[in-house]
Design a binder for this molecule. Structure first.
Ligand SMILES: NC(=O)c1ccc[n+]([C@@H]2O[C@H](COP(=O)([O-])OP(=O)(O)OC[C@H]3O[C@@H](n4cnc5c(N)ncnc54)[C@H](OP(=O)(O)O)[C@@H]3O)[C@@H](O)[C@H]2O)c1
Length: 296
């Protein structure tokens, strides 16, 4: 099976490629936007790097030709002058959904986020909700996997957690009282592959979260203890963080915005975890934390 991956140089993409590297049943088209991004990809004779752009579905289909399945990973939480939610999350997904139709792929897999909602007041959650709608409407089988914060090699969530847990004192948003369901990126890799290899005629949405609900505060303490550290946790008031984010992002034309602060501090709550449907045995949180401590 040939799997095309968009945003192959994203942290999820690089982990997925590493997961596939020893699996001889698969070949990969790694879609990236710049030549420089190729350097960050694992190298293997079964991974073919292709430059893609999202300006047209037809151009994208030409670049991804030969794929049986497309895994669409390109997407952002933090906007910049060059990359907005509208462009990266919505327009790029429209182009990928169009390309999937033109190529008659068997399956389009899209990584979304817990909280995605086309009617959300939050611009990030709204853009992911709009992207989900585009994927679901594509005339091919599709799977949408909504994920919480991902922990694994090179993930932003993993790096900032280790950073906070390694200090003797740290200040986190609202004292870290929001709840999370961290998911091991290796579990996400298995879920993506499960979807790719399953025949799909309609669109299915899965909410896949980790096995434990924990506040960010507890997560930092737990990680610190595993490192052999103790950390005193202070609080950055959320209103103050939003004010600072509003000013800085306006001056810089991007970066952490009040929208991002809201995303980070929103409780990750899921009614039905999709682990059973996706035939997964979730990695215990402590094992995930040991893995990211070992990889930093
Ligand atoms: N990491 C998490 O905890 C988490 C949680 C929930 C959902 N997700 C979703 O998982 C996917 C991968 O996340 P990640 O954290 O691994 O991403 P990441 O490392 O931040 O990488 C972002 C990717 O999006 C691409 N991109 C940026 N602007 C773009 C644009 N305007 N058009 C097309 N592509 C653009 C980047 O390509 P360039 O390098 O060329 O800019 C890069 O490949 C995203 O869809 C994200 O929403 C991630």
């Amino acid at each position: 099976m040939k799997i095309a991956v968009t945003g192959a140089n994203s942290s999820v993409g690089r982990n997925f490629l590493l997961h596939l590297i020893n699996q001889t049943d698969f070949t990969v088209i790694a879609g990236i936007r710049s030549k420089s991004a190729a350097a960050s990809l694992p190298s293997s004779p079964r991974i073919e790097t292709r430059l893609i752009d999202y300006d047209s579905a037809a151009g994208l289909a030409e670049a991804l030709a030969g794929a049986d399945c497309i895994v669409h990973l390109a997407g952002i939480l933090i906007e910049s002058r060059n990359s907005t939610y509208a462009k990266a999350n919505v327009e790029a997904t429209a182009a990928v959904a169009g390309a999937a139709e033109l190529l008659h792929v068997k399956h389009l897999v899209f990584i979304s986020v817990v909280g995605a909602d086309a009617n959300s007041a939050n611009a990030y959650f709204r853009s992911k909700g709009e992207a989900e709608k585009l994927v679901a409407a594509a005339k091919c089988g599709s799977s949408i996997i909504r994920t919480p914060i991902l922990l694994g090699r090179g993930t932003a969530g993993g790096s900032s957690l280790i950073g906070a847990a390694s200090q003797s004192r740290t200040k986190i948003l609202g004292g870290g009282r929001y709840r999370m369901r961290p998911l091991d990126i290796d579990d996400l890799n298995l879920a993506i592959l499960h979807c790719c290899t399953k025949k799909a005629t309609v669109s299915a949405t899965y909410e896949l979260v980790g096995p434990e609900s924990i506040t960010y505060r507890e997560l930092v303490h737990k990680t610190a203890a595993l490192i052999g550290n103790t950390v005193e946790i202070g609080s950055i008031p959320i209103w103050l963080a939003k004010l600072g984010a509003a000013i800085n992002s306006r001056l810089k034309g991007g970066g952490i915005t009040p929208t991002v602060v809201d995303v980070i501090t929103t409780d990750e709550v899921v009614e039905d975890n999709a682990d059973v449907n996706l035939e997964l045995q979730l990695t215990p949180l402590e094992v995930t934390l040991q893995k990211i401590i070992g990889s930093e």
